[in-house]
Design a protein. Structure first.
Length: 245
């Protein structure tokens, strides 16, 4: 069985996930063909090779034309349902958005149907989440595992002003997920990254027994004292009885 292990030593975000998958062998042209099924325009994937602390990685930015567009959850869900994506992908994408929506509804004390997505409702986040779901399917990944997640501290600017790190929505999404304080004064796990990894990962901890076949590094934008990278290892899962043979 093909599995993926995400080593989130510098956190995780939607664009870092996409960068790691592309670095591990996901073909951009295959991904863009799938993204075209969303019937969305006004964006492009800007992909480039960079280095963080001397380590080569792929950095992805979803460059968009729209500014300040807010979407309600039902707008996003309707767009996914009316797309030409395969049903398996639609189901997973909707699951992630519902998870983020439930967190936003709780922290703002509103009904989920009345929640306006700000940053996460942007076209770039829709592309990030869809790309993660589609990319893992294209790469044949059946199970996902993750390291424990590091949370930064300080404050981050968003649509509501300056809010504490981790962002309230991120912390709500990560209920039940093992986390720790990294000591880095910066946002390290975004709501989009939290929504994706918490929806996919079967377990958070050490790398499972596996035969690694592909490795990818996705670069974040910020500079830390450590390499701001997300590493994904993809390969065959090994059952313990197989390991004893």
């Amino acid at each position: 069985m093909k599995i993926a292990y995400f080593n989130c030593f510098s956190g995780i975000s939607g664009d870092m996930i996409l960068g790691a998958l592309l670095d591990a062998g996901l073909k951009k042209e295959y991904l863009e063909k799938e993204l075209s099924k969303l019937n969305l325009s006004g964006y492009r994937l800007a992909v480039k090779k960079i280095a963080k602390k001397g380590l080569a990685a792929t950095q992805v930015k979803v460059e968009i034309e729209e500014k300040g567009v807010e979407r309600k959850l039902r707008d996003i869900i309707n767009g996914i349902e009316n797309s030409k994506l395969v049903e398996e992908d639609k189901k997973q994408i909707k699951k992630i958005f519902y998870k983020i929506g439930e967190a936003e509804a709780k922290i703002h004390k509103k009904d989920i149907k009345d929640i306006h997505f700000h940053e996460v409702g942007g076209l770039d986040s829709i592309i990030d989440i869809t790309s993660a779901v589609v990319g893992m399917r294209i790469l044949g990944i059946k199970e996902v595992y993750s390291s424990v997640l590091p949370l930064g501290n300080g404050f981050v600017k968003c649509a509501h002003g300056n809010i504490p790190v981790p962002a309230p929505a991120t912390l709500e999404i990560l209920k039940g997920v093992p986390v720790y304080s990294s000591g880095i004064k910066s946002e390290m796990v975004t709501p989009t990254g939290a929504g994706i990894i918490s929806s996919f990962a079967k377990n958070f901890g050490e790398m499972p027994l596996m035969k690694v076949e592909r490795i990818g590094y996705g670069a974040g934008e910020k500079e830390f004292t450590i390499p701001n990278l997300l590493r994904v290892s993809i390969g065959e899962k090994i059952l313990r009885d197989e390991n004893l043979k």
